[in-house]
Design a protein around this ligand. Structure first.
Ligand SMILES: [Zn+2]
Ligand SMILES: [Zn+2]
Length: 587
């Protein structure tokens, strides 16, 4: 393709974009109407034909009946178009953002701040009055542009992309997405995806989620899955709708956006590098496949060739073609780009700081930590003198006060027993329980003396940063308190590398995961621990579905307490899984 053909035109003023958007809106409305006219036409016609076998009054060949058929089709398709168009336009973006679990960047986070700075620069150089940012919590590499709920353009990037991209690459990605915004693609595609999301939304609204918060089971919260043919019909329909609309919209828009991005950021190689990286890494974004036309790289990019079928039905041109084109703009070849990426990766590996394992600490220090943990745990064990009577009249326990009030079936009316004083009564009659409930209502920690203290050794916790994420850590036993919502960031970022000891432990854990018997052993080593934030007893649950390693969790505060090395070992496991899947792809 020669360069002239893909030379884009950047709209010079914002009102030009607005005008373009109005045109796109009109065209899409018309296309949607056409789509419904066709589908309802075929549907009604087949119903009429079937009925005409039994009732001659439905014979389409009669003029009166045919007129009725035309009116009916027109009315139905107009109404459906109107509902779909305006409901989709109103709710679609929210649905897409919810589906991607996207949220605004956090000023306190170093990686997020870089994105915000780049967005600010891009806003100025592109002349857009507003350019918002969104973060998608996924370790995979991708980005997209869309119009926010308030109509302002926004660029969303994954945590994985933020972690992997160098500054010039991130600039190039933002430039690419801004190009889509300027070219009007963002508007068109957001609208198309919103229209299609209408059906997904209808389906998900009809479904209720039931969650299982039982504390004693090792099972994580389970969503009840109800099989329904509607999910398939709905997705099939939205898939056809998207394909129908996208085929009509120019497929050159990715190449066009790449070219505009180069004009905006002047870094063709940087864009080539990050597109190639996203193509090699995983660009899959969960069940958001419906929105693939919005993405920088399609989730199945490795399977797209340049065949006629792919040219017709794929939303993105083959990645290698794009990378080659961009490389040539920077007077480089595909080989140069791959070489640059390799170089970048090796200098990055060298810059990583190594973390050593707790087991590498001097023996006397480890013994001291162990003793302190035992003292703290014995102290908490002493508080375990409460029995609770179940609905089946069975006594359970002994529990710690912090556990009693957080039991899922706890009410002030259940009968409990204080073993220390040997008193049995309804829970509300114990002053300790009343005090605990009072503090819970006021959102105060249960035991003020234990807040911000390590759940296992009771040393004071300190604020610190880990992989650019704010956490609390215990300076004595090296445990870490991490927000569940920050985990994707930590797994995506690679500022640290791990000592051989940690890698060895990661290898052992991988085997433990496969053997239920040994998994129980890990569980037994866990003791009673109170959440440093709310003071309720932390529950011991598997880290997640895939890595069923028991960790301390507080579901109320949405935090996890990792004992020394646990987080690092999990990181090492996830990293090694990435590497092995890379090897499968012969990289
Ligand atoms: Zn500690
Ligand atoms: Zn808590």
């Amino acid at each position: 393709m020669n360069e002239k053909k893909i030379r884009p035109e950047i709209p010079s003023a914002y009102w030009e974009i607005k005008q373009k958007q109005a045109r796109i809106s009109l065209v899409l409305f018309f296309l949607l109407f056409l789509f419904y006219l066709l589908t309802t036409g075929i549907l009604t016609a087949s119903i009429f034909i079937v009925l005409s076998f039994f009732f001659p009054a439905f014979n389409l060949l009669t003029t009166g009946v045919f007129l009725n058929f035309v009116t009916l089709t027109l009315v139905i398709s107009s109404i459906t178009t109107l509902i779909n168009f305006f409901a989709g336009k109103k709710e679609g973006v929210k649905f897409i953002l919810n589906n991607l679990r996207a949220y605004y960047p956090d000023q306190a986070d170093r990686y997020h701040r870089t994105l915000l700075n780049i967005l600010e620069e891009m806003k100025l150089s592109s002349g857009l009055p507003e350019l918002k940012g969104y973060i998608i919590p996924s370790i995979n590499l991708n980005s997209l542009s869309l119009l926010d709920v308030d109509g302002h353009p926004a660029v969303a990037v994954t945590e994985g992309l933020l972690a992997e991209a160098s500054r010039d690459e991130l600039e190039a990605v933002v430039a690419h997405e801004t190009a889509h915004i300027l070219n009007g693609d963002t508007f068109a595609l957001t609208l198309i995806c919103s229209l299609a999301a209408f059906y997904e939304k209808l389906y998900s609204a009809s479904q209720t989620k039931e969650e299982d918060f039982r504390q004693d089971s090792l099972l994580q919260t389970k969503k009840q899955q109800t099989w329904s043919p509607f999910i398939y019909l709905g997705s099939l329909f939205s898939y056809f709708l998207i394909s129908f609309l996208i085929i009509i919209i120019s497929r050159n828009r990715e190449l066009l956006a790449d070219a505009t991005a180069v004009e905006l950021s002047r870094h063709p190689e940087a864009l080539a590098r990050i597109i190639y990286k996203a193509h090699l890494a995983n660009s899959y974004l969960g069940e958001a496949s419906l929105f693939t036309p919005l993405f920088l790289v399609p989730p199945d990019s490795r399977e797209i060739n340049d065949s006629l079928w792919d040219r017709l039905f794929n939303t993105h041109p083959p990645v290698l073609k794009r990378v080659q084109l961009l490389a040539s703009m920077g007077h480089k070849t595909l080989k140069d780009i791959v070489e640059d990426i390799k170089q970048q990766e090796s200098s990055r590996q060298q810059a990583r700081r190594e973390i050593s394992s707790e087991t590498e600490l001097p023996e006397e220090k480890r013994t001291a930590i162990r003793q302190q943990k035992e003292i703290a745990s014995a102290h908490l064990e002493k508080g375990k003198f409460w029995l609770v009577k179940t609905a089946e009249n069975k006594w359970l326990g002994p529990f710690h006060l912090a556990e009693v009030v957080s039991l899922p079936y706890f009410t002030p009316a259940i009968r409990i027993k204080n073993l220390k004083d040997n008193v049995e009564a309804p829970a509300r009659e114990f002053p300790q329980i009343r005090f605990a409930l009072y503090r819970q209502i006021r959102n105060q920690p249960l035991d003020a003396g234990l807040t911000a203290r390590c759940p296992l050794c009771q040393a004071s916790l300190a604020d610190s940063f880990y992989e650019g994420v704010k956490i609390k850590h215990c300076p004595v036993c090296r445990g870490k308190l991490v927000n569940m919502s920050d985990l994707e960031k930590i797994f995506a970022r690679k500022e640290y590398k791990f000592s051989e000891k940690i890698k060895e432990q990661a290898h052992q854990w991988k085997q433990i995961i496969q053997e239920p018997g040994r998994r129980k052993k890990l569980l037994v080593s866990k003791r009673i621990a109170l959440c440093p934030l709310c003071g309720l007893q932390m529950i011991i649950k598997p880290f997640n579905y895939h890595l069923i390693i028991p960790v301390y969790k507080c579901l109320k505060c949405q935090v996890i307490w990792f004992e020394a090395d646990e987080l690092e070992i999990l990181q090492a496991i996830i990293e090694s899984q990435w590497k092995s899947s890379d090897q499968e792809r012969n990289l």
